[in-house]
Design a protein around this ligand. Structure first.
Ligand code: RIB
Ligand code: CA
Length: 331
């Protein structure tokens, strides 16, 4: 990996990043955040069934990338079904029937782009092999494509630089069941395989994402920006806010996926992110989909267990919403 600090005359290399997602309103914010990050080279995007089907997610991603001025980023359709069972239909009550709050073909225009024809799992493996030790992987949907990529390339954890996922809840309540977060709950078998695979893994779960919110003032600022991107994101946030009004008692939303992106890129400081043993309950009882983080060391000041263990983010040191808005407004 190039160290820009080693040669002050070298222009800093952009960070190659592969995104796997289930686009989705907060996934759309994430695409915007990445597009607005000059230090990032988005080398590919995989889609997976979650908020909507993998096919719909790929369509939304293509349309968003075109709107964001990145029509050449390849988009790869990934797994329709989880490792066990079948796709259950997504979360239209949260993200709309089209996954983007009813904006598809309206505020979010349909683009000419088409998916690559390569599966998301294969594309991820190829991207990792092309730049060993360099690729930053960000997964903000169910982990099915990552598990399939591990089947194709068991050395994947050592081929990539890092993996950051939005998923799980270490100490916080779940958002699908009392204990399970949606991305993990949608494919617990895949999630368990991925968290135990030996990646340099950072887990951004509900412990932090439910505490970083976009409010009506942020949505209004996007609409008032007078840009096509602001109009599309502002309109889809309207749908998303309606769901979260029942959760928080006012129109707003959690910034799940964009916060994970910012953490993957080191854009926000972490106040508490211990490395601890982590697994996922993939049994059929009431705990299905729960992430089980061994945080017993909390009682004695949370020392890191070992560098091989996943890093579980429990607290972010700064407010994220202003940074996200600042990135999105000029788009
Ligand atoms: O639980 C929140 C996560 O589930 C986010 O990634 C959201 O987009 C959905 O996929
Ligand atoms: Ca998502």
């Amino acid at each position: 990996m190039t160290d820009p600090a080693a040669d002050s005359t070298a222009s800093p290399a952009r960070t190659p990043l592969f995104l796997d997602c289930d686009t989705g309103v907060d996934d759309a914010l994430t695409l915007g955040y990445l597009a607005a990050s000059p230090g990032v080279e988005l080398v590919g995007v995989g889609s997976v069934s979650g908020n909507c089907s993998a096919e719909t997610g790929a369509r939304n991603t293509l349309d968003l990338l075109a709107l964001l001025g990145l029509p050449d980023v390849p988009v790869h359709v990934g797994a329709h079904d989880p490792l066990a069972g079948s796709f259950a239909g997504g979360a239209p009550h949260v993200h709309g029937a089209d996954g983007v709050g009813g904006t598809s073909g309206r505020e979010l225009p349909r683009s000419a782009g088409e998916p690559s024809g390569t599966s998301a799992a294969r594309a991820l493996v190829d991207a990792a092999r092309e730049r060993p030790g360099q690729l930053v992987v960000l997964a903000v949907g169910p982990f099915t494509n990552l598990a399939l990529a591990l089947d194709l390339e068991p050395e994947l954890p050592r081929l990539v630089r890092s993996l950051t996922v939005m998923g799980g809840a270490a100490l916080a309540p779940g958002n699908v069941t009392p204990v399970a977060e949606a991305n993990v709950h949608n494919d617990p078998e895949a999630a368990r395989r991925v968290v135990e695979a030996g990646f340099d893994l950072t887990v951004v779960g509900l412990d932090v994402t439910m505490r970083h919110l976009f409010e009506e003032e942020h949505r209004r600022a996007l609409l008032d920006a007078g840009t096509p991107v602001g109009a599309a994101l502002g309109a889809m946030l309207g749908h998303y806010f309606a769901f979260y009004t029942d959760v928080f008692g006012r129109p707003c939303c959690s910034l799940h996926d964009p916060l994970a992106a910012a953490i993957a890129l080191g854009d926000v400081a972490l106040a508490s992110a211990p490395r601890v043993k982590l697994t996922v309950d993939d049994t059929d009882g009431p705990g299905r989909g729960q992430t089980i983080a061994d945080l017993r060391a909390l009682y004695r000041g949370l020392p890191d267990r070992s560098p091989e263990d996943p890093r579980v983010v429990l607290e972010v040191a700064e407010e994220f919403a202003p940074l996200l808005l600042e990135r999105l407004l000029p788009l």
